[in-house]
Design a protein around this ligand. Structure first.
Ligand code: AMP
Length: 131
C-alpha cells in the first residue's frame, strides 16, 4: 500500500467508489470518467506501479478475473463486446496498475482512426523495431 495512491485509498475503503467485484486479490470498480456504460477498472490490491512489476501468476489472475467481471456485466447491461486498455508510463494517470474493462455497444462512438500518414509511420516503426 502507498499512502499517496488514490487506488490504494479506494482499496482501503477511504474513498467512495462503485465496486462491482471484489476478492482477496482484486477490487473492480466503475471508472468515474467512463468511456462507455459500465467502464470499470480492475485493480490488484497489491500496489504494482505498472505491467513491468507483475509476475506471471498475477498476469494470469488478472485475465481470469477480467473474464469473471465480463460474465457479471454481460447479462446485466447487454454489452456486445469488451475492449481492454492498460497504460504504462506516458498516458498513465494513476500509477497503480489497472486494467480498463470497457464494454462495447453497436452504437458507441469509440474509434480507432487510421489514415495514409499512419500507414507510412507503421512501415518506419516496423523497420526500427526489426533492425
Ligand atoms: P489511466 O490514464 O490509465 O491511469 O486511467 C486512470 C483512470 O482512473 C481514469 O479513467 C480515471 O477516470 C480513473 N479514476 C481516477 N480516480 C478515480 C476514482 N476515484 N474512482 C474511479 N475512477 C477513477
Amino acid at each position: 500500500m502507498k499512502d499517496d495512491c488514490v487506488f490504494c485509498k479506494i482499496i482501503k475503503g477511504e474513498i467512495p467508489n462503485y465496486t462491482i467485484y471484489e476478492d482477496k486479490d482484486f477490487k473492480v470498480f466503475l471508472d468515474i470518467n467512463p468511456i462507455t456504460n459500465g467502464h470499470a477498472l480492475l485493480v490488484p490490491k497489491t500496489h504494482y506501479e505498472n505491467m513491468f512489476e507483475l509476475d506471471e501468476k498475477m498476469v494470469t489472475k488478472i485475465f481470469k478475473t477480467a473474464k469473471k467481471v465480463y460474465d457479471i456485466e454481460k447479462d446485466k447491461i447487454n454489452l456486445e463486446g469488451y475492449t481492454l486498455i492498460q497504460n504504462n508510463g506516458h498516458g498513465q494517470d494513476v500509477k497503480h496498475y489497472h486494467l480498463h474493462l470497457i464494454p462495447r455497444y453497436t452504437h458507441d462512438d469509440v474509434k480507432y482512426n487510421s489514415n495514409e500518414k499512419q500507414l507510412v509511420e507503421v512501415e518506419n516503426v516496423f523497420n526500427q523495431i526489426k533492425e
